[in-house]
Design a protein around this ligand. Structure first.
Ligand SMILES: C[S@@+](CC[C@H](N)C(=O)[O-])C[C@H]1O[C@@H](n2cnc3c(N)ncnc32)[C@H](O)[C@@H]1O
Length: 280
């Protein structure tokens, strides 16, 4: 395993590219993977080597495919993978004007979604989560559930005047083989539409795109054996790690950005302050 950026008796944080670091982890060494990779074309995390800014959706799917091929090797045969992905629209407006130019200036970069030439009709929803899920199926993963995560605090999209605003994201549950460790009890009543309240602390946690701790918490309770090890190859501010610690599982987090690992360390030191999960 690569030299840890941080380690205590429960948590290991590894710094570097997700795929490269995964290559250093032993076969079947984690029980559950819960993760939210950078979505396609939306955000510049400001780190060389970051995923998400590939020139085409197909190139992004290939990146995800190679990462999750390594993750599959590292996952125990009876383990589970919970993959959260949001979708993107193809704007293709070319050089931005007016309000769009202001938005891009605020964002600080021109997304592949803004320029011409992606090969989709303008204004298309790209169906990136579905494309990734199908690619993982093609690689041998078994897709067991497509969960809809309803975001009660979905940001309004005032510039989208001719379609419904988005209030949901996908969470895919994958396994390696037909029999795997699973505890249905925490999901009773939730089924495959999960409404997860936001963390009170999320705005102050300093990461651009954290998920609410209730999300990994539910996945871990359902998909990771007690005392097992949870992996998040896109650890960010360590939300999955905070949930794992609270639920008495070990945690391995990978991220390209040391600043995010520092946030996670601070967060682990005060996990109870950040723990805002509803009883699952
Ligand atoms: C959507 S965020 C994850 C947020 C996390 N779930 C949380 O709650 O804070 C995606 C993360 O992937 C990281 N990242 C981007 N490219 C990466 C790469 N090539 N290898 C490892 N991490 C990467 C970013 O730094 C970012 O923290």
């Amino acid at each position: 395993m690569a030299e840890p950026y941080y380690q205590d008796e429960q948590v290991t944080l590894l710094l570097g590219d997700a795929r490269e670091v995964l290559c250093t982890l032993p076969d079947t060494s984690v029980d559950c993977i819960v993760t939210s990779p950078p979505y396609y074309g939306l955000r510049d995390y400001g780190t060389p080597g970051q995923y998400g800014l590939e020139p085409t959706p197909a190139a992004y799917v290939e990146t995800m495919r190679s990462v999750f091929a390594e993750a599959r090797r590292v996952l125990a045969d009876d383990g589970t993978l919970w993959l959260n992905l949001g979708d993107s629209y193809y704007s293709a407006k070319g050089r931005p004007h007016g309000a769009d130019a202001k938005q891009i200036a605020r964002r600080g970069f021109l997304r592949p979604l803004d320029g011409p030439g992606l090969g989709f009709p303008r204004k298309s929803l790209l169906m990136v989560p579905a494309r990734v899920a199908i690619a993982l199926q093609d690689d041998g993963w078994t897709l067991r559930s497509e969960i809809t995560w309803r975001r009660t605090t979905a940001v309004p999209e005032p510039t989208a005047k001719d379609r419904p605003w988005r209030t949901t994201e996908r969470l895919f549950m994958f396994v390696k083989q037909p029999r795997y460790w699973f505890n249905r009890a925490p999901l009773a009543g939730a089924e495959d539409m999960w409404t997860i309240e936001p963390d009170r602390s999320a705005e102050s946690n300093g990461h651009a795109a954290p998920f609410p701790i209730g999300l990994p918490s539910r996945c871990i309770q359902a998909g990771c054996r007690p005392g097992g090890t949870v992996l998040d190859p896109f650890s960010g501010s360590g939300t999955t790690g905070a949930a794992a610690r609270h639920l008495d599982r070990r945690y391995i987090g990978i991220d390209l950005n040391a600043t995010y690992h520092d946030l996670a360390k601070t967060r682990f030191a005060q996990t109870s302050l950040f723990f805002d999960a509803e009883p699952a």
